[in-house]
Write a protein that binds this ligand. Structure first.
Ligand SMILES: [Zn+2]
Length: 336
């Protein structure tokens, strides 16, 4: 394929739905396996404590130290296949340089992944995995470190954006509280922007790619810091007419369309609405309810959790969830 054809093909990836992406990935894996029969023979022994997930990652990314593709098998260690890079001569396994590298009890990871997919409570997760709740808590956030960063790098066409507000929580902090602890979560006391509400921006295109960010403040500078490069003058941005988003769009020269009332676009432009982003907000909040309030400092992890659940789509199985936890999430934002 000519290089310009290839770049056209490559740029179409961001427009793919999650299902199309999975299909394309499977086709690429198959053709890679066909093209490298030597690797395939070894793949007969390619299951380890991660199932085939680890081998797939290594085949896709090469050496985690130098990105070389010249890799040979190097036995096993701690239940994982080891590899050696012929370029830098260092050894590694599929977890090297991932947030999961030093997490133990790998035989329980699939059960833990399943509990996360099902959105189980910490107590239930600990019970299902046979670990202490403090371990389940540590695992939850380690499993979420990569998904928290796995976001689309661009959005396509019409982009709906809106802020939602989540009640600030100091859960888990026992000292140094700026105010008395609130019992068990609680809902936002007032809708909208108040001191104890944390603004969360969600931007979603019509293919379903979803970007979100916790904003330090609900102002145009914070929105610019989050959306610059993600939404560009090539997009059409639709919002509810709130000032920060409109100001961001004006400064960034992005065509902006304010919806007169939520859910009620004008008859002349019925496609300019923010129904999808509002629906995402309500699914997010409803899903967050089960946690009885999440600590604000952990909020990006929970946003990533929800984002990954939606971006993977169904069926979602534990190996896929582990793939996301080691940095190969649905948006392929590789973590190093
Ligand atoms: Zn290397």
């Amino acid at each position: 394929m000519k290089s310009e054809e290839f770049s056209v093909w490559l740029s179409a990836i961001s427009a793919m739905s999650a299902a199309q992406r999975a299909e394309a990935l499977a086709a690429l894996e198959k053709s890679a396996a066909d093209a490298a029969p030597g690797m395939k023979t070894k793949s007969n022994r390619s299951e380890d404590a991660l199932g085939t997930t680890g081998v797939k990652r290594v085949e896709r990314q090469g050496c985690p130290h130098c990105a070389s593709r010249e890799i040979v098998g190097w036995g096993r260690s701690d239940g994982l296949l080891r590899y050696r890079c012929k370029s830098c001569r260092r050894t590694f396994n599929a977890l090297t340089k991932t947030p999961m590298a030093h997490l133990r009890k790998r035989e329980k990871w699939l059960a833990h992944a399943r509990a996360m997919i099902e959105g189980r409570s910490l107590a239930k997760t600990a019970e299902l995995c046979g670990v202490h709740p403090t371990t389940a808590f540590r695992w939850r956030h380690r499993f979420l470190r990569a998904p928290a960063d796995d976001k689309p790098r661009t959005l396509n066409g019409i982009v709906e954006a809106d802020e939602t507000f989540i009640l600030e929580s100091f859960k888990g902090r026992r000292s140094d509280l700026p105010r008395a602890a609130r019992k068990r979560g609680g809902t936002a006391r007032h809708p909208g922007s108040y001191q104890d509400n944390i603004p969360v921006l969600v931007a979603r295109d019509r293919k379903g790619a979803t970007f979100d960010a916790v904003l330090p403040q609900d102002d145009s500078a914070s929105i610019a810091a989050a959306l610059t490069g993600i939404v560009t003058p090539g997009n059409h941005l639709v919002g509810d007419g709130g000032k920060p988003l409109a100001a961001f769009a004006r400064k960034a020269r992005i065509p902006f369309h304010a919806v007169p009332a939520p859910g009620k676009p004008t008859p002349e432009a019925p496609h300019l609405h923010i129904n999808n982003v509002n629906a995402y907000h309500s699914r997010l909040k409803q899903w967050l309810n089960r946690f009885n309030g999440v600590a604000t400092r952990n909020l990006p992890n929970y946003l990533g959790w929800r984002r990954a659940l939606e971006a993977w789509g169904q069926p979602l199985d534990p190996p896929k969830w582990i793939l996301g936890a080691i940095g190969n999430g649905p948006y392929q934002h590789l973590t190093r």
